[in-house]
Ligand binder design. Structure first.
Ligand code: DHB
Ligand code: FE
Length: 281
């Protein structure tokens, strides 16, 4: 049976992709951010997951404001980077796992989650930046396959934190009923507090972010009590990306323990939170 071995949360800010491309790891602005990642990479090196499910929001690449599915799952043989926001990074495609994708789709649809199924899907910074942060050396990905799970955080109405947590729980059950011995890691991307536009552009709420980093480990249900409106007020318009973290956390159905965490502000306009959670059987 497949098993979810852990969950990771990380920011997906596009500027990080550029900083990686320019190797700005020792730059004083970037160093405290990049320095937080080696322990997570060491864990990935040791555990060697077979599949990474990357929970992110499409920022207008596959879905624009004219057509916006709430939840979408990739079922493609590979995923190509087409994020041009900060200049297209020439990244090799990410291998998919259509068989596991379809198992997940069938399982969560049977649990009444209505998904958009994507047999072709391009990926943007929401997906590529976390992948570049976690596997900067492609050789260390080995045979790692990827499955994009896209949640609408762009066009209201957005799915509630409670709904996203429940989707994560259904995702966890789906993976753990897959009849192959695979180690799966679930990555919740984006967040924490940030607002990119409007009167409150640049808004960051450190206290709220630190509370989220704590609660998501042992008491994620506390975070499911917030409405989307609460998240926008407390964490900024784009801080609602916390729902991506809640999908990840819902999928961890075993005994969860925190192995590593970091919080750094600001990176670009954002409170950047990193968490590594082990999910013991
Ligand atoms: C930024 C953050 C995001 O989550 C995003 O999708 C784009 C930009 C930022 O802080 O620059
Ligand atoms: Fe984002």
């Amino acid at each position: 049976m497949a098993r979810i071995v852990g969950g990771i949360t990380t920011s997906h800010i596009p500027a990080i992709g550029n900083a990686i491309a320019r190797e700005m790891f020792e730059d004083p602005y970037w160093k405290p951010f990049f320095d937080a990642y080696p322990p997570v990479r060491a864990w990935l090196d040791e555990v060697k997951p077979d599949v990474a499910i990357v929970v992110y929001n499409d920022h207008g690449l596959n879905f624009f404001l004219d057509k916006m599915p709430t939840f979408s799952v990739g079922a493609a043989p590979e995923y190509q980077n087409k994020d041009e926001g900060w200049g297209l990074q020439p990244l090799p495609p990410y291998p998919g796992d259509p068989e596991l994708s379809w198992h997940i789709i069938n399982s969560v649809v049977a649990e009444d989650f209505d998904l958009c199924t994507c047999q072709e899907m391009a990926v943007d910074h929401g997906f590529t930046v976390p992948m570049s942060l976690l596997w900067p050396d492609r050789a260390k990905m080995g045979g790692l396959k990827t499955i994009p799970l896209v949640v609408n955080t762009v066009q209201h109405p957005l799915p509630s934190p409670a709904r996203c947590f429940k989707l994560g729980q259904a995702l966890g059950r789906a993976v753990e009923s897959f009849d192959k011995d695979l180690k799966v890691v679930v990555i919740g991307t984006g967040g924490l507090s940030h607002q990119l536009d409007g009167e409150r552009a640049g808004f960051i709420n450190k206290n709220f972010d630190l509370m989220c980093l704590e609660k998501i480990v042992d008491d994620p249900e506390a975070l499911t009590k917030y409405s989307i409106h609460d998240l926008v007020r407390l964490a900024g318009a784009q801080g609602a990306e916390l729902i991506l973290w809640l999908v990840m956390r819902g999928a961890l159905t075993g005994t969860v323990s925190k192995l590593h965490s970091n919080y750094h502000i600001p990176i670009s306009n954002t409170g950047a939170g990193l968490l590594l959670l082990e999910n013991a059987a």
